[in-house]
Design a protein around this ligand. Structure first.
Ligand code: HEC
Ligand code: HEC
Length: 150
């Protein structure tokens, strides 16, 4: 009983985040959203951002997801996805959540996921969100125009 009370008390002090579902359900599709953004697939990405249904989890993430859901072009989409990843990373840092999943390689095909991984799991550097957004926008500047490249 005492342990339960202590646990509840500790829980109230951590900024009011509620426990999230298991990792499988916990934004498993986010990598797919990153890929869609890198390919400049605006409409499917907007739809997926809506399907992730983050509204109740975290205010920062919900606001970034809202932006992504209404992105007008590939650049706004890149900004939205990077802002979402920064919100993921802020909560993980606050809750001291780490991952055993390795960072993707820094090469042509994985550079967008590499940058996003840094936001979701890495130490938060001041300009990492804008760098990730630029990386994704760069991918889509080729891939959206030449969908055959995918
Ligand atoms: C409000 C806090 C919060 C937000 C926002 C959040 N997470 Fe998490 N995340 C957690 C917590 C707590 C865990 C550990 C418990 C669990 O697995 O649910 C976790 C675990 C995970 C894991 C499993 C890690 C591993 O390797 O075991 C993944 C993957 C993940 N989060 C991805 C994301 C992504 C992507 C986003 C943003 C779209 C995100 N999370 C947003 C709190 C958050
Ligand atoms: C300068 C234009 C350009 C840029 C920028 C670019 N790509 Fe590509 N990408 C291509 C072309 C062209 C191919 C096809 C190459 C081939 O098939 O040999 C390709 C292939 C790929 C493939 C493999 C597709 C497949 O099915 O084999 C992936 C994945 C990919 N790019 C992702 C990315 C990502 C992620 C970024 C940004 C970090 C990016 N690309 C940036 C032009 C570009």
């Amino acid at each position: 009983m005492l342990e339960l009370l202590l646990w509840l008390a500790a829980c109230r002090c951590d900024g009011g985040t509620t426990p999230l579902p298991a990792p499988d359900a916990h934004y498993a599709e986010f990598d797919h959203l990153v890929d869609l953004a890198a390919m400049g697939s605006v409409a499917p990405a907007r739809e997926l951002a809506r399907d992730l249904d983050v509204a109740d989890d975290d205010a920062k993430l919900a606001s970034a997801a809202g932006y992504t859901q209404t992105a007008l072009d590939a650049e706004e989409l890149a900004d939205g996805v990077a802002a979402m990843a920064a919100a993921c990373g802020a909560c993980h840092a606050q809750d001291h959540v780490t991952t055993s999943t390795a960072r993707p390689p820094f090469d042509h095909e994985h550079a967008a996921r590499w940058a996003i991984w840094g936001l979701v799991w890495g130490p938060q550097e001041a300009d990492s969100e804008s760098k990730a957004a630029q990386a994704i926008a760069a991918c889509s500047s080729c891939h959206a125009k030449a969908p055959g490249a995918r």
